[in-house]
Design a protein around this ligand. Structure first.
Ligand code: FES
Length: 124
């Protein structure tokens, strides 16, 4: 059975998002908030290869390159794009309520890990 969603305030709708993403912490977890084609996406801010912050990397379109070994991930899905990264970045669902962006901090089921849902929120 899927656990109930736990929606936590992440930021305000008007908060600017840096071109390389915003480094945020939610319940002690490092989260990266990106803007791709006018939509917000949230992923883990830690590379799945080694310990590097994705928001220290380089964003090009819908992809972010890790600053350490240039592993590339697709931001909307977290999918790795080739070596050295082989595991997806955790992605988080977002939604907007009023002027606040909420993030779903529900623990993923182990079976959810390999293939994650694309997450985005509607344009404000
Ligand atoms: S630490 Fe990210 S690609 Fe190696």
């Amino acid at each position: 059975m899927k656990p109930e969603s736990r929606w936590i305030p992440l930021c305000k709708v008007d908060d600017p998002i840096a071109p390389h993403g915003n480094a945020l912490e939610v319940e002690g977890r490092p989260v990266a908030l990106f803007m791709v084609d006018g939509c917000r996406y949230a992923t883990s801010n830690i590379c799945t290869h080694q310990l590097a912050l994705m928001t220290d990397g380089y964003v090009e379109g819908a992809f972010v390159d890790c600053p350490m070994h240039q592993g590339r991930f697709h931001i909307p899905t977290g999918a790795p794009q080739g070596r050295p990264v082989t595991k997806p970045l955790r992605t988080y669902a977002l939604r907007i309520e009023g002027d606040t962006v909420l993030i779903d901090m529900t623990e993923p089921l182990p079976s959810d890990t390999p293939e994650q849902e694309p997450v985005h929120c509607p344009r404000p």
